[in-house]
Design a protein around this ligand. Sequence first.
Ligand code: FE2
Length: 345
Amino acid sequence: MRYLPLEEITEDMCLARPIFNGDGRVLLSNGVKLSKNYVSRLKEMGYQNLYVYRVGEEISDFSTPISDQTMREAIHGVKDAFGKAAQRQQLNIRDVNEIVSYILDEILTNPNVLYNLMDIKNHDNYYYHHSVNVCIISTLIAKEMGLAREKVKDLTTGALLHDLGMVCVDPRILSQPRKLTEDEMATVREHTNYGFQLLRSERNLSILVAHTAYQHHERMDGSGYPKGLVGEDIHLFGRIVAVADSYETMTSGRVYRKAMWSHEAIRQLRESAPEKYDPDVVAAMERSIAFYPVGSVVVLNTHEEAVVVDVNAKKITIQFSSGPRVNALMDLEPDSEIKIEERLS
Ligand SMILES: [Fe+2]
């Protein structure tokens, strides 16, 4: 199974991971043969990469931080929350709590699991997928930092709803297929204030949830917004979601910007700490995210090519795709002599 840009997908390939639309429904399921028509339709819809396999290729199981079922429900729940907020209606907090509790159950009880998949999203479902991914990454970071479940709950909820205030921003600005102007950026920056107002008015949510959304664009050196808070004046949850949000944004392609690969985004975040990001949070994130997610095509120090077929905190499982060991599987542990040198796609 590989994660390939649409341009590299050929007609002998099938979809290896389902594509979920903005409702959390399956738009295209595993195993569908990717005809030219499908690929050009998906391109029109704004998708850039897909998980694929060649007809006849065996794909092995791997574990993900949350199940596809929970992923679908979470995407659906975020869409519902955005819809309610846009209509200035109260959120369905019972649903939000249920989703958060599934996510916590799955992440906190799954040892060694990493954020190990690249996401498949387009402009229509961007904020729903983005919200769920930021929520997963933030929860993994909190787990890595040893926070107790009861504490993590507000963080997970705040991360899931961190961009809720986007519903108050003019959608014509958000759907621009280009980099925004300074004026437009100023309008978008207001989403932290809007999100805070929307969430603090929810009587059944902890005020910490609202503060997490309020502070997720603050930066350690005071260069963030909306308040320009410095260092530990930013709540830990704000510092965690700042890192998770930046990572997710960097690794997501937009029409006007290519996605960064995980290891590049991790390196950039590490280089931006401690000025912009809390170094303890960045260190916990580095232990929570796969440098080479499942589906990465890599070159080894033996000059062989391989595909990453599973990855967790203990080992990376690769399948050789060239050389005398083609198709063989191998586990790379931190002290293995064979190492990944470079990612090709
Ligand atoms: Fe944001």
